[in-house]
Design a protein around this ligand. Structure first.
Ligand code: FAD
Length: 468
């Protein structure tokens, strides 16, 4: 009997072998499976991956290639344009099918539609799958048949629909083609920085599927139980830190849910329930981005188009470099720079500080995060920044301005976090750690803005928008 022809599996942000629907379906075809990654950042414009994301991607592709090699397979690397590249690979390998897992960023939705149409017109079998979310954006809608803009009813609808599905097993072996098509080397993709600023990232993270599972194992036992409270404390290791792994698809949310159950944790109550709700926020972010594709650039609430943002390069740079004179903000920006990640509470605090106390446009914050976060994700980052700016889905009300000093006193009461990322304050007495100018600390800048006065100015500016 003639052997089945090869299937191309086009890998994108699904850089894993287990619970990999496209790979699983390709295997079921019975012929050789050819995993391919096509580097085409221009096709993601204007949101081409930033520097920290590229660092992660390099290491993730390396890990995936090693895992595939252990299965008798390999990862074929090419650079775009994607449609031409897939066509070339089809010609070179005799593949008759191309499979992938879906993504939801606006530019990619349009690109993938074109690619699907183009390949189908060539007579190929083309299939796409959900490997990224618990519930895809079109699977739930409001009673009026519209997309959700508020999280709670969205999440209720998801739960009613059912979020728990069995993850697919990793393949035991992957049948190789008779001859492998040529591949670029990983170095040819030029993903690593030319000036090596990534030592902190290297020391903090292990990108790849194995690293994702290690991180999950570490998190599960104590943290999932204490998560409901622990998640608020930047001075504790109380959250999963799975965000970059989830973004690059090195682990799927279904696998995370399954691991909770296998560890005897009930995703319906207590800490595990609060944790699973965060996975719900991840789906919600994708739901909003998919249905409102203009939101990376424009506010979901159109009134905010008229908001009187300030312009100050000096203040922006002070915020970016962690020199605002507000310890919790500066330490948080230090955490971001050193590790490529920032605790969720701190993302809200620095977001509120930038958009409300400094009254600088949320775009500026979103762009800086985009370049520096290893988990930079268009859906979550857009939702987060519009939330901080008060102009998005389920956003913080405009009058909610975090007081970063009080946030510090509440969530980093001993100053452990601040001391870790601001060594200049390491000997400051705890009672002054969140207000060092009161304690006369040397070598640390005075606050660049008066928290009370800037809060009032922000409220006035928001009041003006409210009445437009
Ligand atoms: P956990 O608390 O362990 O949560 C588990 C997972 O749930 C996370 O890994 C993440 O995938 C998801 N999740 C948690 N909170 C949210 C949320 N509010 N929105 C969407 N998904 C969520 N998250 C990103 O993944 N990428 C971003 O670019 C991003 N930018 C943000 C910008 C701002 C201004 C704000 C306020 C939040 C942003 N977030 C972003 C959401 C959140 O801060 C991070 O997902 C979280 O801090 C990641 O840490 P963790 O994995 O330990 O989270």
């Amino acid at each position: 009997m003639a052997k089945s022809p090869p299937t191309l599996v086009w890998l994108r942000r699904d850089l894993r072998l287990a619970d990999q629907p496209a790979l699983h379906a390709a295997l079921a075809n019975g012929g050789p499976v050819i995993p391919v990654f096509i580097h085409a950042p221009d096709e993601e414009a204007p949101w081409q991956p930033g520097a920290a994301s590229n660092w992660w991607l390099h290491h993730s592709l390396e890990a995936l290639n090693a895992a595939l090699t252990r299965q008798g397979s390999r990862l074929v690397l090419r650079s775009g344009p994607t449609l031409d590249t897939l066509r070339a690979l089809v010609n070179e390998t005799g593949a008759t099918a191309v499979y992938w897992n879906r993504l939801y960023d606006p530019a990619l939705v349009l690109r993938d539609q074109d690619i699907k149409a183009g390949l189908r017109a060539d007579g190929l079998e083309v299939r796409s799958f959900n490997g990224h979310l618990l519930i895809e954006p079109w699977e739930v809608e409001t009673g009026q048949g519209r997309p959700y803009k508020v999280f709670s009813p969205f999440w209720k609808a998801c739960r009613q629909r059912g979020i728990d599905r069995d993850p697919l097993p990793a393949p035991e072996t992957l049948p190789a083609p008779r001859a492998w098509p040529d591949s670029l080397s990983l170095e040819q993709l030029e993903l690593l920085p030319t000036i090596d600023w990534a030592a902190g990232l290297q020391a903090t993270w292990s990108p790849g599927e194995a690293g994702a599972h290690q991180r999950l194992e570490q998190f599960l036992p104590e943290a999932a139980r204490d998560y409901a409270e622990g998640r608020e404390r930047p001075d504790h290791d109380g959250t999963s830190r799975l965000s970059p792994y989830l973004h690059f698809g090195e682990i799927s949310p279904r696998q995370v849910l399954r691991a909770l159950r296998e560890a005897g944790l009930d995703p319906e109550s207590g800490g595990p329930e609060a944790f699973v709700r965060e996975l719900g926020w991840r789906d919600f972010a994708h739901h909003v981005l998919y249905h409102f594709p203009h939101t990376p650039e424009q506010p979901l609430n159109p009134r905010f188009e008229a908001f009187a943002w300030r312009e100050s390069q000096q203040d922006l740079v002070a915020w970016q470099q962690g020199r605002t004179g507000i310890p919790l903000v500066d330490a948080a920006m230090g955490q971001l720079w050193e590790t490529g990640w920032m605790h969720n509470r701190l993302r809200m605090v620095v977001g509120s500080f930038l958009t409300k106390n400094l009254r600088l446009h949320w775009h500026l914050g979103a762009s800086w995060f985009w370049d520096t976060l290893v988990d930079a994700d268009l859906a979550a980052n857009t939702l987060g920044w519009q939330w901080a700016g008060g102009c998005g889905a389920d956003a913080a009300p405009y009058f909610r301005v975090f007081n970063p000093q009080r946030q510090g006193e509440q969530y980093d009461p001993e100053g452990t976090f601040v001391r870790r990322y601001l060594p200049v304050l390491k000997d400051t007495e705890t009672r002054y750690i969140h207000a060092p100018s009161a304690g006369g600390t040397r070598g640390y800048p005075d606050a660049i803005v008066d928290l009370k006065a800037s809060r009032l100015a922000a409220l006035q500016a928001f009041e003006a928008v409210k009445n437009t």
